[in-house]
Design a protein around this ligand. Structure first.
Ligand code: ADP
Ligand code: MG
Ligand code: MG
Length: 533
C-alpha cells in the first residue's frame, strides 16, 4: 500500500511532556503496568519465594505510534492461517526431525546443543508413547512484524519471527493501550494532533483472549479441579504480565494456577506411573494431596540459561512425559525455531502444510516473508568464506536458534562474525556451526517516525538523574507489532486436528532506531500502542 505515515511525534512543550510523563507513570503504577525492580544490594533477589515489596512502572511510550489501518487488519487476518500452519508443523515429526534433529544432514540439533537436547528429549518421550497419553498441544503464539518500505516507497508488513514459546506482554500491552486511552480522555493530548483521538486506538482485550486459550486446554483435559502450572524463571521481573493471566483465569474461569521454577519442580513434581497425571506438591499445605496439573504454561525453558545442569533438562522432560497439555510441547517449541521460519520460505513448503488454504491467503502470507537462507548454504567447500553473505552483509541479520533477544548479529558486525565461524569450523568439528544460523534480509522501516520513551530510573538514581529523565527521551523509533493467537490441536482419533484457534490480541514494542534488538525485558524497547491511520 502507498498511504504515507504522518510526521511524528507531534510537538509537545517540555511542560506538557513532563505533565504527560507524570500522568502516565502514575496511571501505570496504579494499574499494574509494572515490573519488579532490579535486584539491589538491600534487595538482593526477586526470587519467587520472597514476597515482592515494590514495583516500578514498565518502560512506556508517552504517545501511541501511527500505523496503517489496513496493514494492522491484514496482520490480524493472517493470524488464523499462521495458527494453523504452526500447529501442523508441530505435528509433522518427519519435517521437524529433518530440520531440527540431530540425525539428519540438515538438522540444526547436530550443531546447536540446546536445540539438540530438546530434540533428543522429544524423541525419547515420543518413543515411549508420551503423545499417546496426551495427544493435544496448546500454542499461545505471537507473530511479530515490522513495517517495511520497499524501494518504490510502498509500505507493507514483514514478519520478524513467529514465537511459539513464552510469548509475553499480552496483558501489559492491553494496559498500555488503556493508558493511552486514559491520556486522550484526561488531557486530549493537549490537542497536539487530531490523530490522537481514541476512535483511532484499536481495542485491546489480549488478556481475555490468551486466557481463553489456556482455559480451552484446561477444559479439554477434563478435570475441573486440576490446576494450570506456570513454569517461571526464578528471577523473573516481568511477573505482573503473568499474574494478570492468573487473575483472569481465576476470576473469569474459576481455574487456579500454581507457579513453579524448574528448580522447584525437580523436587516437587512427579508423574503418576499408572495414570501419567502430573502431580505437584502442595507447598501451601504440605499435608494435602499433591495438585493435579491440567496444562503446563511455559514462561521459562526457552533459553539454555534456564538449564544450568543436565538435570534441569530431565525435569523438563518429566513434564513432557505427563498427560498434562503443554503450552508448548517440545515439538511445538522446536517448530518456533528460526530455521523452520527459513524453511517455510522455500518453494512449495507452505503448500505442503496448507493445501486447503486458498491461493490468495497463501500469497498474502508469503508476502510477509523477507528473504532468508540457511547460512551453511553459502559456505564454499574449500574456504568456508560465505561469499554471498559477505557481499550483502549490510542488508542482512544473522540469527541463531535462540529466543529472548540479544542473540543476533547485524550488518557491519557480520564479516568479523563470519571470520570467527570459519575459524571454528576449519579447526574442530567436521559439521559447520553455520548450519545453526539463518541469514535474513533487513526489514527497512519507514523513517521520520519518533516518540517519547520513558523508562523507570535505575535504583539508586540521584535526584539530578531523575530530573534529567523528565518528559522521557525523544527519539526516532522502530515499532514492532505482535499479533497474538492460540491454537489447541493434536492427533484426534489418529487425525491431525485443530480443536480451536483464535486471533486474540496485539502488542507494540517501540525501540530507538539506533538499537538493533527489540526486547522490552532486555531493556531495548518500551511498550507502546497504535494510532490507526
Ligand atoms: P528473538 O526471538 O530473540 O526476539 P528476533 O528475530 O525477534 O529474535 O530478533 C530480535 C530483534 O531484532 C527484533 O525484535 C527486531 O528488532 C530485530 N530484527 C530481527 N529481524 C530483523 C530484520 N529482518 N530486519 C530488521 N530488524 C530485525
Ligand atoms: Mg523477537
Ligand atoms: Mg522470539
Amino acid at each position: 500500500m502507498s498511504a504515507s505515515l504522518p510526521s511524528w511525534p507531534p510537538t509537545l512543550t517540555s511542560l506538557q511532556r513532563e505533565e504527560l510523563h507524570k500522568s502516565a507513570t502514575t496511571w501505570a503504577l496504579s494499574h499494574g503496568l509494572c515490573y519488579l525492580p532490579p535486584s539491589t544490594s538491600d534487595r538482593p533477589s526477586n526470587s519467587t519465594s520472597s514476597p515482592p515489596v515494590a514495583t516500578i512502572h514498565a518502560p512506556i511510550s508517552l504517545i501511541p505510534t501511527p500505523f496503517p489501518r489496513s496493514l494492522f487488519h491484514s496482520a490480524q487476518s493472517l493470524q488464523s492461517v499462521y495458527n494453523t500452519l504452526y500447529s501442523r508443523v508441530a505435528l509433522d515429526t518427519e519435517f521437524l526431525d529433518r530440520y531440527m534433529g540431530c540425525e539428519s544432514e540438515e538438522g540444526v540439533g547436530k550443531v546447536d546443543s540446546f536445540t539438540g537436547k530438546l530434540w533428543q528429549g522429544w524423541k525419547t518421550v515420543r518413543e515411549e508413547g508420551g503423545y499417546e497419553r496426551q495427544s493435544l498441544h496448546l500454542g499461545l503464539f505471537r507473530s511479530d512484524y515490522l513495517l517495511h518500505t520497499s524501494p518504490d516507497q510502498a509500505l507493507s508488513i514483514k514478519q520478524v519471527e513467529f514465537n511459539t514459546i513464552s510469548s509475553s506482554f499480552g496483558p501489559l500491552s492491553e494496559r498500555i493501550a488503556a493508558l493511552h486511552r486514559h491520556l486522550a480522555a484526561s488531557c486530549s493530548y493537549y490537542d497536539i494532533s487530531p490523530l490522537l483521538n481514541d476512535d483511532r486506538f484499536p481495542e485491546n482485550e489480549t488478556t481475555k483472549g490468551l486466557v481463553q486459550g489456556l482455559a480451552s486446554a484446561h477444559g479439554a483435559y477434563g478435570v475441573p479441579s486440576a490446576r494450570i502450572l506456570f513454569v517461571v524463571q526464578s528471577k523473573e521481573r516481568n511477573m505482573f504480565d503473568q499474574k494478570w493471566l492468573e487473575y483472569e483465569l481465576l476470576e473469569r474461569h474459576s481455574i487456579k494456577v500454581i507457579r513453579r521454577s524448574l528448580d522447584e519442580l525437580a523436587t516437587q513434581a512427579c508423574v503418576d506411573p499408572n495414570t501419567y497425571s502430573l502431580l505437584v506438591s502442595n507447598t501451601d499445605s504440605p499435608n494435602s494431596p499433591p495438585i493435579e496439573i491440567s496444562t503446563i504454561y511455559f514462561r521459562a525453558c526457552y533459553t539454555p540459561n534456564d538449564f544450568p545442569t543436565l538435570s534441569h533438562y530431565e525435569t523438563r522432560f518429566l513434564l513432557e512425559r505427563s498427560r498434562a497439555i503443554k503450552c508448548p510441547s517440545l515439538p511445538l517449541q522446536l517448530a518456533g525455531g528460526k530455521k523452520i521460519q527459513e524453511v517455510l520460505t522455500r518453494p512449495g513448503v507452505l503448500e505442503q502444510f496448507l493445501p486447503d488454504v486458498g491461493h490468495d491467503s497463501l500469497e498474502q502470507l508469503r508476502a510477509t516473508f523477507m528473504g532468508m537462507y540457511s547460512l551453511d548454504l553459502d559456505e564454499t567447500n574449500d574456504s568456508s568464506s560465505f561469499p554471498k553473505t559477505r557481499a550483502n552483509h549490510l542488508n542482512l541479520v544473522l540469527k541463531p536458534q535462540r529466543e529472548g533477544g540479544g542473540n543476533n548479529v547485524y550488518k557491519e558486525d557480520i564479516p568479523a562474525f563470519l571470520d570467527s565461524l570459519s575459524a571454528v569450523s576449519s579447526s574442530s568439528s567436521p559439521v559447520s556451526e553455520s548450519k545453526a544460523w539463518i541469514a535474513m534480509e533487513i526489514i527497512h522501516t519507514p523513517p521520520g517516525i519518533g516518540g517519547y520513551l520513558v523508562r523507570s530510573p535505575p535504583p539508586g538514581s540521584s535526584q539530578e538523574e531523575i530530573e534529567a529523565g523528565k518528559g522521557g527521551a525523544q527519539a526516532e523509533i522502530i515499532s514492532e507489532l505482535g499479533i497474538f493467537g492460540y491454537s489447541l490441536f493434536g492427533l484426534v482419533e489418529g487425525k491431525k486436528t485443530i480443536k480451536g484457534e483464535e486471533t486474540v490480541g496485539w502488542l507494540v514494542r517501540t525501540k530507538g532506531k539506533e538499537s538493533n534488538e527489540g526486547g522490552v525485558a532486555t531493556g531495548f524497547s518500551v511498550l507502546d500502542s497504535l494510532v490507526l491511520i
